[in-house]
Design a protein around this ligand. Structure first.
Ligand SMILES: [Zn+2]
Length: 213
């Protein structure tokens, strides 16, 4: 029969040192994890569509469907929500024709945001300023009530991502074009694109001359 030797006891000072080392390593790992989470949040944060902002905050406000607030699951074929029905008729017609073509590919067009009242647009802008920290940064994502093509009924934010992707590929045939590189969901009518191609995109709304009013 063999016996294991008794475990060697570490001197108390060495144990204390090891404990400090362990704490330091744990702190370093935690800092690294936090930095990673922050980096992801900063990267992902600005990509969130305005519809996310509106659905998150609209419950707290007095805005309603009459302002263009639209619940999830409303398609371009809807004829009850102002967000859809108050779009420019030519834009809505193009969206519905494109949706019919896309349906053959198994793709459905949802309206994440369409026409908006000036009050709704102003609220989105206030939320964007709060979320992005400054008016300059918010301007890259949300226009004012005076400049927004949503308020004039000339823009629709289309989801889900498969629908936006379908429109990016086939929208020009229906005169539907992306306008901003940072908003793959935002479409407007550009009839000159039919039979040709969509105009070059702006990087973001601050490059759009219409926003400088
Ligand atoms: Zn938009």
């Amino acid at each position: 029969m063999t016996r294991n030797p008794p475990p060697a006891r570490l001197p108390a000072r060495r144990i204390r040192r090891n404990r400090w080392l362990l704490l330091a390593v744990a702190a370093a790992v935690l800092t690294g994890v936090l930095a990673g989470v922050m980096a992801i949040a900063l990267t992902v944060g600005p990509q969130l569509p305005t519809s996310w902002l509106s659905s998150k905050h609209s419950s707290k406000s007095s805005l309603s469907a009459a302002d263009g607030v639209v619940p999830e699951g409303v398609t371009v074929l809807d004829d009850t929500y102002e967000a859809v029905t108050r779009l420019d008729p030519a834009l809505l017609d193009a969206l519905r024709r494109a949706a019919t073509a896309a349906a053959a590919d198994g793709v459905e067009f949802y309206v994440n945001s369409g026409w908006r009242s000036p009050e709704y647009q102003n609220q989105l802008l206030r939320e964007a300023v709060a979320a992005h920290g400054s008016e300059d940064e918010a301007a890259r994502w949300v226009a004012t009530a005076a400049t927004s093509p949503h308020v004039s009924g000339d823009a629709a934010d289309i989801g889900h991502s498969d629908a936006a992707q379908w429109l990016a590929e086939h929208g020009a045939e229906h005169g539907l074009c992306r306008i901003y590189r940072n908003e793959p969901w935002h479409f407007e009518l550009r009839t000159q694109a039919i039979g040709h191609r969509c105009p070059d995109m702006y990087a973001n709304p601050t490059e759009d001359p219409r926003m400088r009013q």
